[in-house]
Structures are given as C-alpha cells and as structure tokens.
Design a binder for this molecule. Structure first.
Ligand SMILES: C[S@@+](CC[C@H](N)C(=O)[O-])C[C@H]1O[C@@H](n2cnc3c(N)ncnc32)[C@H](O)[C@@H]1O
Length: 429
C-alpha cells in the first residue's frame, strides 16, 4: 500500500500518491492568509454562538491548528468551534507532529491533536478539545462520497487539495456540487487554487467568486461567497428547520442520556434545567454499580461496529477529562477471542490494530492468555465501571482489586479498569 506521505530531503511533506507537495513554501502563512482570512476569519465569527468550518483534505492538520489557535486567541470567538475535515488518506500522528514542530505556537495544540489521533478507520471520528468547545470531526473516506452524506450547513469552507492536475476528483464539478449542498446563503469559501475550471464550476454551483492577491510566491488566491440566484435547497429536503440560538430549556431525567444531553446543550450556550424525581443524578436505570465498555468488532466493520467505536472514543475522552484515573476509572484492555474457524481474516485484524487497542505490558499477554485458557486474538480499548469497589477503597487504590473475590474474577484481572458511576453521582449531586 502506498504510504500517504514522504518527507523530501529539504523537510517538505510530499505525497507520492499524487506527486505533489502538501503545502506552499510558507505553510502557516498559507493557512492563515488563504484559508482563515480568505473566509473573513476571525472577524466573521465574532458574536456567533457557533461556527462550523468544512474542509476538504485534512492532510497534516495545519489549517485546523491555525484555526483553533486563532479561535483561542480571539476574545470575540464563538462559544463552539466545529471543524469538519474530509480525508481519504490520513497521515500518521508522528507526521502531524513533525509538520507542526516548525511552529512552536502550534506545537502544544498539535500534541493534543496527536493524543486523540488514533484509530482513523473509514467513517466519522469526533475529536474533542477545550472541554468540548473546539470539536474536530474527521470523516475518513473519499471527499465526494462523504460530502453527499453531510446533512448540515457550513459557515465557512476551506477548499484544499493537491493541484487540480494531480488531484482532479477533488476539484471536479461533481465534488463542488456536493460541497455547495453543504452551504447556506452567505457561506464563505477560500482556496489557493484559481484554475479557470474551478472558478467556472464554483460559479455554476452558486458561488460569487473573486480572485484576490496571493500569498507569495502565488500571485492570486480565490475567495467566494455562496449566493446563488436561486433559492438553495437545504442540505437535505427533510432537514429540520434551523434551530433557534441558545436559549433556556428543560431536560427531563438525570440519567446518563439526560445528563449527557444537558451537558452538550450547556456547552453550546443553552441554559439548562434538569428535572428528575430523585434527589441525585443516575438514580434510575442509569445507576449501574459497574460498567464495562468496549468496541464491537465485525469482519465487515458494519454500522454497529462504527457506532460502538465512536462511543468508546467519546467515553475514553470524557473519562480522561472528567475523572481521576486509577480512582474513578482506568483505561485498560479487553481480550477478544475469535472462534477457531475465523481464519486469518486480515480485515478483522486491521480493525483491531487500527484502534491501537490495548497496551499489554511485556509478559502480561501470556498471563492474559492463561486466564482465558486460550490464545489471545484481539485486544481492544475498553473501560470498566465499578462503583462498589472504589466507594470502599481509599483514593489511588481503586485498581488494586483482589481478583479472586467475586464471580467473574478472571475478567476483572484482565480488565482492571474502573469508571465509578456511584462516585461520580455523589460528586455531581
Ligand atoms: C494539500 S493536502 C491538505 C493540507 C491540509 N489542509 C493541511 O492543512 O495540512 C490535500 C489533502 O487532500 C487529501 N485528498 C486528496 N484527494 C482526496 C479525496 N478525493 N478525498 C479525500 N481526501 C482527499 C489528501 O490525502 C491530502 O491529505
């Protein structure tokens, strides 16, 4: 398989697949001048409740990092920045960091990005920063196909790809038409590409296009505004009417679903009142003393597997941010065994591997195998919730289970991770 990228001897990131460089000679200036300023940012988002940016081609994430950096620095920033990027061939986190290393101001952000940049299988992955106020949704797959699946409207579009001679599909009329479906009247678009065919296709799709002075050595860049002569159809005929801006609302029920909805609305600026008959959250069906979570793997990586993987990513992220490791929870591993007749299904392995799922210490694998009385097949990221145990144990000792004291002890030995719902309930009461 062709690696997504190489580094040229002068340190330039290069794509052997497309025979082109990832950036201009001044990558950060390009990100800021062409894309941010090209879309009128940061000024355009001032006072907005949220700002949604759609990018074609995540590449080395420089446009995202520059945008996140500008958002952090802006006192008038929107409450929520949502950056959605489409990428068919994600690079490695090592390459992301190497590209960002040139820019000390971006490096801390790149490190946070790299920490969440794993398991990027085809599908949609939400990465979460700044307490959920800066979201990066990485959609892995072909841009045109992905654009056709989007049911939301962007406030700004970064149209980035390799040059049209090397990467024609990304700039094709079909791709740009699918992209226009994700725009509302007034959506701004920016790109460094001023090719006549691209300008003509954008115009045909309803954009008002203008050539502006370029970032040297380029003579021109392109800016555009979606303002068609016709009434644009929403991203989907059945799309709900635009929601009102943040206001007041009531969430009924303080279980896991209610609490998560309330938190999500509050992050978006809503004033939320949560009503529950009980005097503490998670007092009903959500009040489980112990919980395990792990992704579901399937040979065809079906929809259920993808959704469960997203859930595990979100759970790991939230646990890492809100709870104390070793006390309230512990990321660990889960041993998944395949039936003997499963054969060497490479794809199945790939899904497990791509999740980078378990960190087995040297020697531990053998131990795990003995516990399971068989050969380990897959190790997957997962977590465990165990309210009783930690309620009784002093802080810092939650992971020191006596593995033999309960039914299912072998599993506890393997998993030894905990998310302590009961404890969390107490804290939020
Ligand atoms: C010039 S690079 C993008 C640079 C990036 N925006 C940054 O800030 O570092 C172009 C990217 O588009 C991706 N790409 C090219 N054709 C694509 C397609 N048809 N679908 C999805 N991604 C594509 C490439 O893999 C590459 O990562």
């Amino acid at each position: 398989m062709t690696p997504p990228m190489d580094w040229l001897p002068d340190g330039t990131p290069y794509s052997p697949r497309f025979g082109d460089r990832y950036h201009s000679e001044q990558p950060l200036a390009q990100a800021r001048e062409v894309f941010l300023h090209g879309c009128g940012l940061p000024g355009a988002w001032a006072g907005a409740a949220q700002w949604r940016i759609l990018e074609t081609g995540f590449g080395l994430g420089l446009n995202f990092l520059a945008t996140w950096d500008a958002w952090r620095a802006d006192p008038d920033r929107p409450r929520l920045l949502h950056f959605v990027s489409l990428e068919a061939w994600p690079v490695s986190s090592t390459d992301l960091l190497r590209a960002a290393a040139r820019y000390p101001e971006l490096l801390p952000l790149a490190e946070q990005l790299a920490a969440q940049y794993w398991g990027l299988l085809p599908g949609v992955h939400r990465l979460w920063f700044e307490g959920g106020r800066a979201l990066l949704t990485l959609a892995i797959g072909d841009a045109q196909a992905l654009l056709r699946q989007q049911h939301w409207e962007a406030d700004a579009v970064y149209l980035d790809g390799f040059s049209p001679e090397h990467n024609p599909e990304l700039w094709s009329a079909h791709t740009l038409k699918a992209l226009a479906r994700c725009c509302h009247r007034g959506t701004r678009l920016a790109t460094w590409c001023v090719a006549g065919t691209v300008r003509a296709a954008l115009t045909q799709c309803g954009f008002q296009v203008e050539k502006v002075p370029g970032t040297p050595p380029k003579r021109h860049n392109l800016r555009a505004r979606f303002d068609p002569a016709w009434e644009p159809r929403p991203a989907r005929a059945a799309a709900p009417a635009a929601l009102p801006g943040p206001a007041r609302c009531i969430v009924i029920g303080a279980g896991v679903a209610g609490a998560a909805s309330a938190a999500s609305l509050a992050r978006r600026g809503w004033q939320v009142q949560v009503l529950d008959a009980a005097d503490a959250p998670a007092s009903g069906a959500s009040g489980l003393p112990v919980g395990l979570f792990a992704p579901h793997l399937s040979p065809d990586d079906n929809f259920f597997s993808r959704v469960s993987r997203s859930g595990v990513r979100a759970m790991l992220q939230q646990c890492g941010e809100l709870l104390e490791p070793g006390v309230d929870w512990q990321a660990s591993g889960l041993l998944e065994r395949r039936p003997e007749d499963h054969g060497e299904d490479r794809e199945h392995h790939d899904h497990a591997d791509a999740l980078a799922l378990i960190r087995v210490e040297p020697g531990e694998e053998q131990q795990i195998a003995e516990i399971q009385h068989g050969r380990p097949e897959h190790h997957v990221r997962h977590g465990v919730s165990d309210g009783d145990r930690v309620d009784r144990e002093p802080a810092g000792h939650g992971h020191e289970h006596d593995d033999r004291d309960q039914a299912g002890a072998d599993h506890r030995r393997v998993l030894h991770g905990a998310l302590l719902l009961r404890r969390a309930r107490r804290q939020h009461a």
